[in-house]
Design a protein around this ligand. Sequence first.
Ligand code: UD1
Length: 422
Amino acid sequence: MDSIIVRGGTPLHGQIRIAGAKNAALTLMPATLLTEEPLTLTNVPRLSDIRTMSQLLQSLGTEVASMQGGQVITLSSYNLASTTADYEIVRKMRASNLVLGPLLAREGYATVSLPGGCAIGARPMDIHITGLEALGAEIELRDGYLHAKTKGGLKGAVVELRFASVGATENIVMAATLAKGTTVLKNAAREPEIVDLVKCLRAMGAEIEGEGTSTITIEGVDRLHGATHQVVTDRIELGTYMIAPVIAGGEVELIGGRIDLLQSFCEKLDEAGVSITETPAGLKVARKNGRIRAVNVKTEVFPGFPTDLQAQMMALMCTAAGESHLEETIFENRFMHAPELMRMGAQIDVHGGVATVKGVERLRGAPVMATDLRASVSLILAGLAAEGETRVARVYHLDRGYEHVEEKLSAVGASIERMKGE
Ligand code: UD1
């Protein structure tokens, strides 16, 4: 298995181009199942999760053509060969469950293995199931698989989610595009990736209103057609690389960066003493004078502070002046990076859903282990600030969500390299 070696202490200067959003691409790709015509996506990030989704779609009969080194993909699902999402693929990535809604809408059947993905909590599927059942699906759990079918097709309904789940919103919106009649989805998730999905579905002929608010209305249509759509900027990759020059020193311009994608995160950085300037190409980020100040953070659904940036913020707080409290409300087991950061000299105390971090003057490099996607990048950020060498093992987690991390960071002056393992 590969590892990444970081030698800390070098200030960062230059530009980093932010890729298209992994989480948007992973919901846009299954939208191909809703139409017989080709769907072309541009600005696709080159990540192992994208390859996993391609494999899953290919196993269902989708043809996947990749261009420009994978940044443009055309998906054609004119003839589906299967309606089963197999455990061997689904276990690698929870987002595989996003084929459920589209398959059900198009074929009237879907068999989808219960997902795997990052080990950051129970992550059940009850909200997806209840929502699709409200549209007339019959869903049973047998042998680790959800078996879903409809009698006479899906029908529009008023659906209120018990929690604004991102994945459930995406599955239900996709399913409702081909249902008979109107679906009103209440307490829908408002994340930018959902807005991006709706834009794409609209380009495919869907009739949808209210994306980005908590009520989305979908008027079912008989068929959708092909389209070309550009994937929105990855706000989590953006937030991660915004922290890099703050923790390491220096100034970096994030090409494609937008504050509106990360309002609450930018407010917290500002409170901590970070300068963020809008430029024609994106955002310029640097530490203001002096040491970063401790700030308290509570993760929330959009537009609140994103759970996917909690680990990176914790890395930053490890070297801040003062004590900070980081409260995780979205996933119940998302502090696995804390013991690893403590191996680097961080002072962290986790009690239930709250981590208390006492900032230290300096972290020290150490061998550490990546436990999930965002945890792994927090260790790299900590390594940029640490004295000496940090070796991050199990970086396959990182490759699921960060495109060429060592190239992007070494281009701005970081001392970082990948060691190939067996
Ligand atoms: C998506 C993102 C993930 C991000 C998360 C929250 C993708 C591919 N992944 O994941 O990076 O961390 O949003 O912003 O877009 N839940 C239930 N029942 C359900 C569904 C969810 O209890 O049926 C719970 C989960 O266990 C979790 C919480 O709701 O505690 C949030 O999950 P959800 O919003 O569905 O996240 P994902 O779509 O899985």
